[in-house]
Design a protein around this ligand. Structure first.
Ligand SMILES: [Zn+2]
Length: 416
């Protein structure tokens, strides 16, 4: 669902003068970039930076200096301490110094392909959110009248388990980043209370407090919850993806939602659409955070964008065909159009930034639209049924079909 809040949460403190990292963010280890020395040309670096990762020059020019032979990156906000990344003199030199990542590109995998379309592919499915008893806390939950509550995390998990079953038959190896309605992180809102307090203090600064003690306590408690289900949970998943699962790609499974027309009285909307996200479109305040700047550079330098884009375009095409829905288009600066295929956008989310391999976010369906709501209420059934005025398969089945077709198209597009 709507990931807008994410960016605001992690950008707090993002001024260019004070030392700054995201809440719960690790102190950046710039030596992580050592393995990318001489692995990209000046032209290729600048193109990826401008077209995918940081579209506005004014947002990066205080942090990143590019010339023919090297890129210099400011290591810490407010300090004249620069990391120097030597550049390749030509594409041949760059190719020779290409770093071997834990994931393999679709081109490489297809070269090894055997009889089945996804043989060799290790695919991780990441069902968004937590669902279950956490769905209300994480704001991925709504109820209309006497109908059963809609929990995005539960639907995502059901979809992921079904995709996993279908993919086995196509030769892929599949891992689930979350396989139950429970968090991956060991932290809890309570264990993060100290960090929540620090975060609150950072926001308050020297301002005179305007809220009562009780109100403040409630606010800190809420911040602890946000740190738990968003920051800490996604960081734990990233560790699992990068250190344990080490897949060739990750598919993050979500359902989108539209803002309620009147928040006090929830009424379903008419809008229904799909879109797919790659990593990109870092905002000025995000690039100003030392850890996010480093994480962006790892994504840029490991060249995951090429596969990310191919996969996202195949998924967008497949959702268009399978659902018949229109593509969603962003209007604000928090997203960038990626390629020409409609419905494919770049955004900076914690998960698609921290998962080092190619990762796409699927955002099909507006869960609080009239049509999708009645489809969700009809549950997961076999075959076709009249739902919301049309004969159709269940939403879960349709979602699964679209993802499987998208993955096969991605692999096939790299056939030699
Ligand atoms: Zn979601």
């Amino acid at each position: 669902m709507n990931h807008l809040l994410l960016a605001t949460v992690i950008s707090i403190g993002g001024s260019s003068v004070s030392a700054s990292i995201s809440v719960l963010g690790k102190k950046p280890e710039w030596s992580r970039l050592d393995v990318y020395h001489n692995s990209i040309t000046s032209v290729a670096f600048e193109e990826l930076l401008r077209k995918v990762y940081v579209p506005r020059e004014s947002w990066w020019k205080g942090w990143i200096k590019i010339d023919e032979k090297e890129v210099r990156i400011r290591k810490f906000a407010g300090k004249e301490d620069w990391y120097v990344l030597p550049l390749a003199s030509c594409p041949d030199v760059a190719a020779r110094n290409h770093r071997k990542e834990y994931w393999r590109s679709a081109t490489k995998l297809r070269a090894l392909a055997r009889e089945k379309p996804l043989t060799g592919f290790h695919i991780a499915l990441d069902p968004g959110h937590l669902g279950g008893k956490y769905s209300e806390m994480e704001g991925r939950h709504f109820v209309i009248g006497d109908a059963a509550p809609v929990k995005e995390g539960d639907i995502a998990l059901l979809v992921a388990k079904r995709i996993s079953k279908s993919l086995g038959g196509l030769g892929a190896r599949v891992s689930l980043v979350r396989n139950r309605k429970k968090p991956v992180t060991k932290e809890t809102p309570k264990s993060l209370r100290q960090e929540a307090e620090a975060w609150q203090k950072r926001i308050e600064g020297d301002a005179v407090p305007t809220q009562t003690k009780k109100e403040r306590k409630k606010m800190v408690r809420r911040r602890g919850e946000i740190l738990f289900f968003r920051s800490s949970e996604i960081m734990a998943r990233a560790l699992k993806v990068n250190e344990k699962i080490k897949p060739d790609l990750v598919v993050c499974i979500h359902l989108n939602a539209a803002p309620w027309p009147t928040p006090e009285k929830k009424s379903l909307v008419a809008r229904n659409d799909y879109h797919v996200l790659t990593n990109g479109a870092y905002l000025g305040g995000e690039i100003a955070l030392d850890n996010q700047r480093l994480e962006m550079l790892v994504k840029l330098l490991n060249r995951s964008h090429k596969d990310e884009r191919s996969l996202a375009e195949c998924m967008a095409g497949s959702f268009k065909r399978t659902t018949g829905l229109p593509a969603f288009a962003y209007k604000g600066p928090n997203a960038i159009k990626v390629g020409k295929m409609e419905g494919v956008w770049g955004r900076n989310l914690i998960a698609n930034r921290l998962y080092e391999c190619p990762v796409v976010f699927l955002e099909p369906y507006i869960a609080n639209s009239k049509e999708v709501f009645s489809r969700i209420q009809s549950g997961d059934y076999e075959g076709a049924k009249m739902v919301a005025g049309k004969l159709r398969v269940s939403l879960v089945e349709e979602y699964v079909d679209a993802v499987v077709a998208g993955l096969v198209a991605h692999a096939a597009s790299h056939a030699n």
